[in-house]
Write a protein that binds this ligand. Structure first.
Ligand SMILES: Nc1ncnc2c1ncn2[C@@H]1O[C@H](COP(=O)(O)OP(=O)(O)OP(=O)(O)O)[C@@H](O)[C@H]1O
Ligand SMILES: [Mg+2]
Length: 199
């Protein structure tokens, strides 16, 4: 069976950036965030379900999901978050399993799962976990630098995620993303070599 890696990390740690670098090396990437976006795109049945669960206020005039509003809602309301996750996570997982059956020439596959250690829904799918890690202060800065999220919400997301030390303790592999893009790229290449030797 093909080697499957679960890539995770806190908000703003650099998961998407690292995943993009692995993709440039020819690695098959399945990103649960991307799947979540696709499932809730305008006109998709899951969007109607979200409207039914949380009301019309989350849908913009052009029929799209107001993602910022939804995030602000669920990270300030644990019950709403649980409701959203219970609905959306099984749908995402199904899509991941389908994607895994699609054959490709990649020597191994990376699944990007922000909540890998929070949900345990992927523990039987992946063989190894890779954590992208940096100091919390840097996570905060990087998340804020993208705009569209404020300090309070980033902290709320961090509080809802697995604590950094527990995430590190559970990791099989860690990439410390505390330098620039070139440094990250070099670490990604090094990890890629390791995964090629395991695949
Ligand atoms: N090594 C780096 N040097 C400089 N900037 C970086 C580095 N790694 C990531 N960034 C920047 O930090 C921000 C967060 O990175 P990224 O989007 O990859 O994080 P993420 O873990 O996917 O976040 P999220 O949990 O919100 O999906 C981005 O603007 C990205 O360009
Ligand atoms: Mg990301």
């Amino acid at each position: 069976m093909k080697l499957i890696i679960g890539l995770t990390g806190g908000i703003g740690s650099g998961k998407s950036t690292a995943a993009h670098m692995f993709a440039q090396l020819g690695v098959d990437i399945i990103d649960t965030d991307v799947i979540g976006h696709q499932l809730t795109a305008a006109g998709e049945p899951a969007l109607t379900s979200i409207e039914n669960l949380f009301g019309k206020g989350l849908i913009t005039v052009d029929g799209k999901l107001d993602r910022v509003k939804l995030r602000d809602l669920v990270f300030n309301d644990a019950v709403a978050r649980k409701k959203l996750e219970e609905f959306l996570h099984p749908l995402i997982r199904e899509q991941v399993l389908t994607a895994l059956t699609q054959s490709n020439s990649s020597p191994y596959t990376i699944i990007v799962v922000p909540l890998l250690f929070e949900t345990n829904a992927y523990q039987h799918i992946i063989q190894r976990s890779l954590v992208i890690d940096c100091a919390e202060q840097m996570q905060l800065q990087r998340a804020l630098s993208r705009g569209n999220i404020n300090d309070i919400t980033v902290r709320a997301v961090m509080a809802a995620q697995c604590p950094r030390q527990r995430r590190l303790a559970q990791a099989d592999d860690v990439i410390v993303n505390d330098g620039g893009f070139e440094e990250l790229k070099a670490k990604v290449v090094e990890m890629h070599e390791k995964y090629l030797s395991l695949a």
